[in-house]
Design a protein around this ligand. Structure first.
Ligand SMILES: [Zn+2]
Length: 850
């Protein structure tokens, strides 16, 4: 046959209802399935094509128009991942029921149906339902699912999208479990989990029963997830104006999991670290991250599950919304956490990625399931979320919400496209936003907005921003409709003015009274663009820093660094900005931004000879704050001060390698793991463990390893695991590298572990040699496209030109399926970072000696 990789199912045969029976054998790693599939045929036909991959379809027949038609041939097609059923005679238009039976195997990577410790679990997005069920495996085909599990071992838990309807004895002491029928769902949202799991007590909120599941030893870590889901579910119902549609909610911590979590309707699966935590020892950033992931997946129950994209080119309708909605909702639940400042950090990563020539539009052509997989990146999530936030700010919160509610009412239980959304927003707001929105969704990149003064006027200009100083647009220049919020101070006080920049240049009268003290061009930091200030405007803004909001200060630092990278600003001016900010800044999120820039420069922007001078400079900058904050939290101290302390000690112990701070960190480490632990603020754990790991001897390395293997709290376990990759003792580095391929590092953690090794100055050559020389083992350990993409991205931290050449040669010799974009982006980023390093090293050296 040969339908080809880009084959899509025709729309004139549609599934209505699946009645699927699956008998998994957890020990053998195989399954048998049976299915009665009700379809509506738009025309009479002699054959029917379904998706199926690595399934052995053994038997099929069709019932229609009161008779049974034999299937004479069953033709699998590996390239299109389908199976064609050829009928003996024509089946009339209308309803038909297809009966199928098949066998299959558990998948080796973390997708399809696979084993994760004591659990068998499914992961179907984007297109792996076809590895378990013959089905219409595209998002446009929504149908009701009735699932029955056979051969379930005694004592094992069994979870799916529907509620438990029946639990009956089956053969040989095994059980047959039947779940209730689901509302219409796309196949990628179906889930099955079977195995040794314990459940929390149920919380019932507005009639929805919520449970959190984990392997039995971790049941005590489920309370926070329960509390969070119970708090945010009503907030989401109220926002969308639609009740939660799936009756019950199960949240399941899976011991080995490819993504962060998966929003399967009513049966959400998570990496353990994104769900389970011990509130007594979890740093605030871990709590925030878990809350954000839980809320993101819950937001998908509306955006994605209730209203689903027609095709993967609108994946952003799922992911951008869930990203934005998670921050918005957690901010309502826990305003003290100020999660929008965390959102800014994610937006910074998206701005960085989107400044590459090899970036892509939020809504881009997707030809097949493999390309759909490549879209799960910072452009789809963080840029998409930031664009929604910008549009919300432009339309106003109320009108935006009305548009979302209208969209939900119009398309519930069905599919929709981007234009349906813009239509609903335009209808509710009365504003023509389609052109504005499509400019941001369909065009690649974003503008650099330049602000200058001409006479008494302000001049705004835009052009596409590239990180690469040499890059230029090939065709006609891209233009965006950019909502600009100006805030300025003059003798009349503080004022705000909103403008829409559409063409290349716009001249604006501010109507200032007297002298313009300063003018900020991205007030509120809602705009997805960079801003460059010309003439005296930048200096005036720096002098006014204390008057800006924290997000605005973060954005200013982030924009200036981007301009340094693009060779549009000299580095010494930027180092002065970091210096001034380090001395006076008290907000931890701005400090984190500043310290991350120091960390980059320390890692790859300075020569070995100049590094000690950089260290002592950073030490001098942060010493006063460190002595004011100390190491111990005072009774009743607020989160902000604790997080500021964590930031400052990170700068000293990890970036500046201050011997006294490292000494103290080691003592605190030993105190924290003693039989009678000495109290330590959990927010300091990352710094303390990392500092102790770098200086570890053999005994401490053994202790870290023991902890990495035995720790139950997933965040603690991950911290100890990564600590192993941070060791710098030459005798221990080979062991740390070797561990990556052992069972100590699970598949899900492998790319990040290798990433930590590659970022370790002492371990990086050995780790990079392992990737090259043992590629078959490495590839097998990252056995899914998403993990391979993460692994490719980790190569981006190699600093030198010879590394770049090696990476180019290696990736050319070892093509990786499903990582086309990740490879292009990593290589472009690496080329720029290597060139940047060569440019910065002498300049930073001159600054430090000057
Ligand atoms: Zn998502």
């Amino acid at each position: 046959m040969g339908l080809g990789k880009d084959f899509r199912l025709p729309l004139d045969a549609r599934p209505v209802r699946y009645a699927a029976h699956l008998a998994p054998d957890l020990d053998a790693g195989t399954f048998e399935g049976r299915l009665e599939l009700e379809v509506r045929l738009g025309k009479p036909r002699r054959d029917l094509t379904l998706h199926a991959l690595d399934l052995e379809v053994e038997r099929a027949r069709v019932r229609a128009g009161g008779k049974t038609v034999r299937v004479s041939r069953i033709e699998p097609d590996a390239e299109s991942e389908t199976v064609a059923l050829c009928f003996d005679e024509e089946v009339p238009a209308g309803t038909a029921v297809v009966d199928l039976a098949w066998r299959g195997k558990f998948s080796p990577g973390l997708r399809g149906l696979y084993r994760a410790g004591p659990v068998a679990v499914t992961q179907f997005e984007a297109a792996d339902a076809r590895r378990v069920f013959p089905c219409f495996d595209e998002p446009a085909f929504k149908a009701r699912w009735n699932i029955q599990l056979l051969q379930v071992p005694k004592g094992a838990a069994a979870i799916s999208n529907g509620r438990l309807a029946k639990d009956e004895p089956g053969d040989e002491g095994r059980r047959t479990i039947t779940f209730t029928e689901t509302p219409p769902l796309s196949s990628y949202l179906i889930a099955l989990v079977v195995g040794e799991l314990s459940e929390s007590d149920a919380a019932v909120v507005r009639g929805v029963s919520i449970r959190t599941w984990s392997v039995p030893a971790k049941r005590h870590l489920t309370a926070f997830a329960q509390e969070c889901a119970a708090a945010v579910l009503p907030l989401l119902e109220d926002y969308f104006g639609q009740p939660y549609a799936y009756g019950k909610l199960d949240q399941i911590g899976v011991p080995d999991f490819e993504a962060g979590a998966m929003e399967n309707a009513g049966a959400i699966t998570f990496r353990e670290v994104a769900l389970l935590l011990d509130p007594k020892t979890a740093p605030l950033n871990v709590q925030k991250r878990v809350a954000e992931v839980i809320t993101h997946e819950l937001a998908h129950q509306w955006f994605g599950n209730l209203v689903t994209m027609v095709w993967w080119d609108d994946l952003w309708l799922n992911e951008a919304f869930a990203t934005w909605m998670a921050y918005k909702t957690v901010d309502v639940w826990k305003p003290r956490w100020r999660v929008w400042t965390d959102f800014e950090a994610g937006k910074g990563a998206a701005l960085h990625l989107d400044a590459l020539k090899s970036s892509h539009a939020i809504r881009a052509e997707v030809k097949n399931a493999q390309e759909a997989g490549e879209s799960f990146d910072a452009i789809t999530y963080e840029k998409g979320g930031a664009i929604l936030r910008m549009i919300e700010s432009y339309l106003g919160e109320e009108r935006f919400r009305e548009g979302i509610r209208l969209y939900m009412r119009q398309h519930r239980e069905a599919n929709a496209t981007a234009d349906d959304l813009w239509g609903a927003l335009a209808e509710s707001s009365g504003q023509p936003i389609i052109e504005l929105a499509n400019g941001w969704i369909r065009q690649v990149g974003y503008p650099l907005v330049t602000v200058s003064q001409r006479g008494g006027k302000l001049v705004l200009r835009q052009r596409r921003f590239f990180s690469d100083p040499e890059a230029r647009e090939a065709g006609p220049p891209t233009r965006w409709l950019a909502p600009i919020v100006l805030r300025y101070r003059d003798e009349g006080g503080l004022r705000e003015q909103r403008e829409l920049l559409g063409g290349e240049e716009r001249e604006i009268s501010l109507g200032t009274r007297g002298e313009l003290a300063y003018c900020l061009a991205n007030a509120g930091a809602r705009g997805f663009y960079r801003v460059a200030y010309e003439g005296p405007l930048l200096q005036r803004l720096i002098e006014a820093l204390p008057e800006l909001a924290s997000e605005e200060r973060m954005t200013l630092v982030s924009d200036q660094w981007a301009l340094v990278r693009a060779a549009a600003l000299p580095v010494d001016g930027f180092l002065r900005l970091l210096e001034g900010t380090s001395r006076q800044e008290t907000d931890h999120s701005v400090l984190d931004e500043v310290i991350s820039r120091f960390s980059w420069i320390e890692h790859r922007g300075v020569s070995d000879a100049d590094r000690p001078a950089l260290h002592s400079w950073i030490r001098r900058l942060f010493a006063p704050a460190a002595s004011e904050l100390g190491w111990d939290a005072r009774e009743g101290e607020d989160d902000e001060r604790r997080l500021r302390r964590a930031a400052v000690l990170r700068a000293l112990a990890l970036v500046a390698r201050d011997p006294r701070s490292i000494e103290e960190a080691q003592e605190r480490f030993h105190g924290s793991i003693a039989p009678q632990p000495r109290p330590l603020d959990p927010n300091l754990l990352d710094v303390v463990v990392a500092a102790a790991a770098r200086t570890a001897d053999r005994a401490r390395f053994a202790e870290l390893r023991r902890r990495a293997e035995e720790e139950l709290d997933p965040a603690a376990k991950r911290r100890f695991l990564h600590a192993l990759a941070m060791v710098e003792h030459p005798d221990l580095v080979p062991e740390a590298v070797e561990l990556s391929l052992s069972d100590v590092v699970r598949m899900q953690d492998f790319p990040a572990y290798v990433g930590t090794l590659l970022a370790n100055r002492v371990a990086r050559e050995l780790a990079w040699a392992m990737v090259r020389e043992r590629w078959p083992d490495v590839h097998k350990k990252a056995d899914s496209p998403m993990l391979l993409r993460r692994l490719v991205e980790a190569l981006g931290s190699l600093p030198e030109r010879r590394h770049l050449q090696q990476v180019e040669a290696f990736l050319a010799a070892h093509p990786i399926e499903g990582a086309r974009q990740a490879i292009a982006q990593t290589l472009e980023r690496l080329r720029m970072d290597v060139a940047l390093r060569e440019r910065l090293v002498p300049e930073v050296g001159a600054f430090l000696r000057g």
